[in-house]
Design a protein around this ligand. Structure first.
Ligand code: GLA
Length: 354
């Protein structure tokens, strides 16, 4: 059954070889309301999310082609691991042993290193009409991380217009594990003139982590009160954009927010994004303790589906453990250490109302 919308994505992403010389394999899901989502095995990437709004509205950013996907460094839609966000000095210590992981951002390690999970071909374990499961094996020592790690990520499109992402993992040596999805949303549409700054955001983030020039956390938890980081009540992102010093250091919002522990049960709404025209609402629920709000401050120049993206073309809400968690044992269960034999189990859901 041919669907022109899916055909276009197939042509863009699967008509030329991917990183291992073979074309990517894509999976497309549709729900009973006509919402569609598409994924590919490279990076277990979420490529497309279309809503039946004004005909059809694509609300995810993606690269124009496989070639462009491999060229961009924004992690568009990919699953990120083993450790999402940054690890200072690309080193950490567990059980008295020091580990050195791949440094891909100056001396630091970003999103799992230069050959992180976004660069891997995942196995499509199973798929059904409204769900797909990807798996990945990461060997002991890969990118410097200890332990044989098995990961599965399941995406489910529900008839309530939610995209549910289930993450599971286990490892045979204690290891930092922090898995997220790096989708960028523009609820006005992937090609819209409005960017993420015209969106409205509400978030149960009570604290954020100020960062250094290298985007590493410095100084610990900072209450959001009386700062541009306060999204407790809904506000337009543009309102305080680049107003405070911590944003100036980061060229915008690119910070971890600690979520109120009372709402991280996977069901309650942790964050809500509203389109500029208020015609689409996306809520986010998660079991993760934090979320990185990233306003796409370095997207400029990426050849996207409809055009060359400017900065702020979309925003990411990357649910995660805290950045550089392995080097901050005092952050307790927000550090992202998976113990050998323990089951890593997390869920993040993005639900759309239109
Ligand atoms: C994360 C980081 C950003 C940037 C993007 C990828 O969101 O926090 O600083 O590196 O990934 O471009």
């Amino acid at each position: 059954m041919s669907n022109p919308y899916f055909d276009e994505i197939e042509t863009a992403m699967a008509s030329s070889p991917s990183l291992d010389g073979r074309p990517a394999e894509l999976v497309h899901l549709t729900n009973t309301n006509g919402m569609t989502v598409s994924f590919m095995d490279i990076g277990a990437t979420w490529l497309s999310c279309s809503l039946p709004v004004s005909g059809r509205r694509e609300v995810l950013l993606r690269a124009a082609s496989m070639q462009e996907h491999l060229r961009q460094e924004a992690y568009l839609g990919a699953v990120v691991g083993r450790y999402a966000n940054r690890i200072a000095g690309s080193r950490f210590e567990i059980n008295g042993v020091e580990y050195q992981v791949d440094a891909n951002e100056k001396a630091n390690s970003l999103h799992g290193g230069s050959a992180g999970f976004d660069k891997k071909r995942w196995t499509i374990e199973s798929k059904s009409a409204q769900s797909v499961t990807f798996s990945l094996y990461s060997w002991d020592g890969e990118q410097g991380y200890p332990g044989n790690l098995n990961v599965t990520v399941t995406y489910t499109l529900t008839d309530t217009n939610a995209v549910k992402i289930d993450y599971q993992a286990d490892v045979d040596k204690d290891c930092p594990v922090n898995l997220t999805n790096h989708a960028y949303f523009n609820l006005a549409g992937e090609s819209a003139v409005e960017d993420c700054r015209q969106h409205f955001l509400q978030m149960h983030g009570l604290y954020y982590l100020p960062t250094s020039q290298d985007m590493l956390p410095v100084g610990g938890f900072q209450a959001v009160d009386n700062s541009g980081f306060d999204f407790i009540s809904e506000k337009q992102i543009a309102r305080d954009f680049l107003q405070d010093e911590d944003q100036k250091t980061a060229s915008g919002y690119d910070h971890a927010f600690v979520l109120d522990a009372l709402i991280t049960d996977g069901d309650q709404v942790a964050a809500k994004v509203v389109s500029p025209q208020r015609d689409v609402v996306m809520t986010m629920s998660t079991t993760m303790p934090a979320v990185q709000l990233y306003t796409g401050n370095f997207l400029q120049g990426i050849k996207g589906k409809s055009r060359i993206y400017p900065n702020q073309a979309g925003l990411a809400l990357e649910t995660q453990y805290l950045p550089d968690g392995p080097n901050h044992p005092s952050w307790g269960d927000k550090c992202g250490i998976l113990r050998a034999g323990q089951q890593y189990q997390h869920q993040t859901t993005y639900k759309f109302e239109y």
